[in-house]
Design a protein around this ligand. Structure first.
Ligand SMILES: C[S@@+](CC[C@H](N)C(=O)[O-])C[C@H]1O[C@@H](n2cnc3c(N)ncnc32)[C@H](O)[C@@H]1O
Length: 265
């Protein structure tokens, strides 16, 4: 087992005890997000970025705003034809559940795919204990599939044929020091229309883009996603739609998120 896998199995393994039967999804979402803030090294001394402004990290409200940025960006690419959203390296499904809480469509399928059994287990528990029994409260019946996913050996077990998929990676490729071509082979091999959105701390890799210089190369973090995207673009395989360098940070400027979206060319 790789270090990252061992670390995240035990990390997400600490979360299930907080999942209460039939508690409203919003309460569970807040509890787990708040818990994560308390067990990780997030300090008011840290500077963070939001809407172009650097300020001191001030806790949970700020973090909630950042996760809403994720949803706003996904919405930009959703059309009536979108029939599936896939979160890759999804942890406990935080972003997907946030979509449910923000009235994303109920007539599409959601996949929360994760490297660890523990993360998938939490997502399943939340889905069965806090989404389905409360489906009247969030006024919907969402379809969620969970499953194992490894960027290094990527396989996706799609439950049906989709016409228009949105893929998201949010601070997950950051844990893969060298993303390999296998990931692109998988996505480019799909016979369907899709948009891929990366929200990852790779601004420091974007030497050719102007923008605030916040993110840095952190130890054990990804160091080649941007370069690989540019190579695929140069070879005519993908079309990069948008690049936003260093847009927002969750708790530290060093790990500031950049956004890159692309489609098959
Ligand atoms: C910082 S967490 C982010 C989780 C989630 N995307 C979010 O925004 O809350 C990083 C996630 O990347 C996952 N991860 C690490 N290595 C991975 C790999 N090789 N393939 C897929 N996911 C991986 C971890 O298990 C963990 O859930």
């Amino acid at each position: 087992m790789s270090d990252s896998k061992t670390k995240y199995e035990s990390y997400w393994g600490r979360f299930p005890s907080m999942i209460v039967d039939k508690a409203p999804l919003q309460d569970i979402w807040n509890t787990l997000t708040f818990y994560e803030l308390t067990i990780t090294n997030r300090s008011q001394a840290n500077k963070v970025l939001y809407n172009g402004v650097v300020s001191n990290y001030s806790g949970v409200t700020q973090v909630f705003q950042r996760y809403d940025v994720v949803l706003d960006y996904i919405k930009k690419f959703m059309t009536p034809a979108t029939d599936c959203i896939v979160d890759l390296g999804a942890g406990w499904g935080r972003n997907t559940f946030n979509m449910f809480l923000h009235n994303f469509p109920t007539n599409i399928d959601y996949y929360s795919l994760e490297y660890t059994e523990a993360g998938n287990q939490v997502a399943q528990d939340i889905y069965h204990k806090n989404v389905l029994p409360n489906s009247k409260k969030i006024d919907s019946h969402y379809i969620l599939y969970t499953g194992l996913f490894d960027f290094n050996k990527p396989i996706i077990d799609f439950k049906k044929k989709y016409k228009n998929i949105i893929f998201l990676s949010h601070h997950s490729i950051e844990k893969v020091p060298q993303i390999k071509t296998a990931f692109f082979d998988l996505i480019l091999g799909l016979d369907t229309y899709y948009t891929v959105i990366h929200m990852e701390p790779i601004g420091w890799q974007m030497m050719d883009i102007n923008g605030p210089p916040y993110s840095v190369h952190l130890k054990y973090h990804n160091e080649n996603l941007y370069q690989l995207l540019r190579t695929y673009e140069k070879n005519g395989k993908i079309k990069i739609l948008e690049i936003y360098k260093n847009q927002y940070s969750l708790f530290s400027l060093k790990n500031t998120t950049s956004i890159v979206s692309w489609i098959k060319n």
